[in-house]
Write a protein that binds this ligand. Sequence first.
Ligand SMILES: NC(=O)C1=CN([C@@H]2O[C@H](COP(=O)(O)OP(=O)(O)OC[C@H]3O[C@@H](n4cnc5c(N)ncnc54)[C@H](OP(=O)(O)O)[C@@H]3O)[C@@H](O)[C@H]2O)C=CC1
Ligand SMILES: O=C1CO[C@H](CO)[C@@H](O)[C@@H]1O
Length: 262
Amino acid sequence: MAVPPLLTLNNSVTIPQLGLGMYQVRPDQVAKVVATAFEAGYRSIDTAAMYGNEAEVGTAVRESGLPREDVFVTTKVWNTDHGYDNTLRAFDRSAEALGLGPVDLYLIHWPKPELDRYVETWRALELLLNEGRVRAIGVSNFGIDHLRRLLDETDVVPVVNQVELHPWQQQAPLREFHAEHGIATEAWSPLARGRNLNDQVITALAAKYGKTPAQLVLRWHLQQGIIAIPKSATPSRIRENTEVFDFELAEDDLLALAELDS
Ligand SMILES: NC(=O)C1=CN([C@@H]2O[C@H](COP(=O)(O)OP(=O)(O)OC[C@H]3O[C@@H](n4cnc5c(N)ncnc54)[C@H](OP(=O)(O)O)[C@@H]3O)[C@@H](O)[C@H]2O)C=CC1
Ligand SMILES: O=C1CO[C@H](CO)[C@@H](O)[C@@H]1O
């Protein structure tokens, strides 16, 4: 069992650098998936109101027997709930479904610039933080312009920006902006949904390190300080995806992987 290392966020809260994604984990699968993950060492679960499994995630965490403070739960406000009051109501629904007390991390799922309400949505998250109903607040799918606006017009700097990121979409300019402003980068679809795991560069390097392609890709994330939340509903893969703390990619191999960005 490998318990992932903790990364310290800009408000001093810590988050496991590897977590389990819950998109498309059906409610009836959640209990087994989460129990398998906890047994394998995961301590972080990424869900969202939009995933339709918050209640089952909450139950699985409560029934795990793990101390609440040892588990990190992220959820997100969905696009249809932007706006100050709507967001507070959406949070109430999520917190009630989870039933875990304060939520560790609450994210704006998408900026939805066409609605132009992400600043007031963010202010609602700031209130939740000040009231102690969440331990940290962040965003997802925000571009540099959206982040700049939050930094200019609001008080709290997001702890993370969760974006699509994998060797084929490396997000260099955004990551640089995050680093300048103390925002952690969290990768969604860190395995690119498994679609490119037969890539020749990946399979050759995986063979070199005696690891699977998925482990190789996850190691690439971890070595760059990225938080990764791979999803799997398959017990063997849930375990496989944690066995990434016992090897290190050499500089040359990181350079070869940098070339995959498209
Ligand atoms: N903020 C946002 O807008 C978004 C957030 N997310 C979050 O990020 C999480 C992860 O992203 P997701 O899009 O699910 O994609 P991932 O990159 O995590 O890939 C998941 C897919 O890869 C397969 N897989 C997992 N492990 C392995 C392995 N070791 N070998 C081969 N195949 C494997 C899974 O199959 P199987 O389950 O059958 O094992 C599944 O089909 C989501 O679950 C969600 O929590 C995702 C999208 C958008
Ligand atoms: O979190 C999410 C899961 O994946 C969906 C489809 O790609 C995204 O739209 C959504 O943001």
